[in-house]
Design a binder for this molecule. Sequence first.
Ligand code: PLP
Length: 428
Amino acid sequence: MSQHPETIALHHGWRADPATGSVAVPIHQTTSYQFNDTDHASNLFALAELGNIYTRIMNPTNDVLEQRVAALEGGVASLALSSGQAASAFALQNLARVGDNVISSTDLYGGTWNLFANTLKDQGIEVRFVDPADPEAFRNAIDDRTRAIYAETLPNPKLHVFPIAEVAAIGREYGIPLVMDNTACPILCKPFEHGAAVVVYSTTKYIGGHGNSIGGLIVDGGNFPWAEHAERQPALNTPDPSYHGAVWVEATAPLGPVAYIIKARTTLLRDLGSCMSPFNAFLFLNGLETLALRMKQHCDNAAKVADWLATRSEISEVIFPGNQSGETRARADRYLSGGYGGLVGFEHRGGREAGRKFIDSLEMHYHVANIGDARSLAIHPASTTHSQLTPEEQFQTGVTDGYVRLSVGIEHIDDIVADLEQALDKAS
Ligand code: PLP
């Protein structure tokens, strides 16, 4: 029986603990798991049998979170990791090796930009940045060594929704999967329905929702024909010397279309060790239970904040998908349902100084480097989240001097607006 997101978030992957009847998912705070006998142990290591070995690679609490998010996304399996950064890195390192390249949208979180422009480059993986306004630009950047395309569904600060289906279709022509970072709009967008092959999340944001834990997830859509593109995707189609010569598409075939995610778990997570703590997985499961409800309130409040900001004369521009027009708005309407998300940006006519004064004057909003908290948050990206980018890179990602980003929370709308109003009055 297929269920709705609100129901999946509460029930999928867990009923009650068979030993104790515990309804809440227990925190399995253990490093390792007792093997039944030596045959059982060697079968687990050989992947002849699935089961728990060691918490760096799997954990029963994390497993419920992984199953639940995979079901919510309409994917086949997922992998919990220590942060969103780890999820973005693993998602690409799972396919691209030294000398390969990946094409990425320019509209990115600053940390992801750094990872791509510097760290992956140092590891021998070139990331080619492309302006997503024209989907055909992705086609033009493809060559024989292109292994993946990467983008964010609702990237801040521009908040221009990415043309998922258009770019996914181009990638599929060449055997190249589209990896979507859906961090800013869980529930609102299901990238697999539009042709994406992999979804990544910083669970730190809306999925956790309470600003208490860092985590990430990669979800495998199970919808990409890796075996049909053996030359294009050698990482999954040639013997892996790190796993006694396993060819991942063949070795995992009896388990379903899970080659991509099993490889990520059994090689990258095994070797790099960026695992999610079971305690954090427990907190993310708690967050997930109210995710759909919170997203509704974030969206409602953000739309009202955007409308209210538009009435203020000291603001030259309000950035919000619901206020956009033309092709950009058409994409927002096509890919988001149930609202335009909880992020709102604005340009203060007074530029950098007025923007900073506004933030320093906020009383209820928190001034933090985060989004997706139940509380309302504000930040000045040019001097914080995107400060390590060059001025040209800041321009490409859409960060300007006077830009203020709000992550609108779930408080009463009147209290949110009252705080914005008194801060704007002080900054003017
Ligand atoms: N992706 C997006 C869209 C983000 O906003 C962030 C963090 O701000 C990340 C990825 C990285 O996530 P984390 O901070 O959990 O490593």
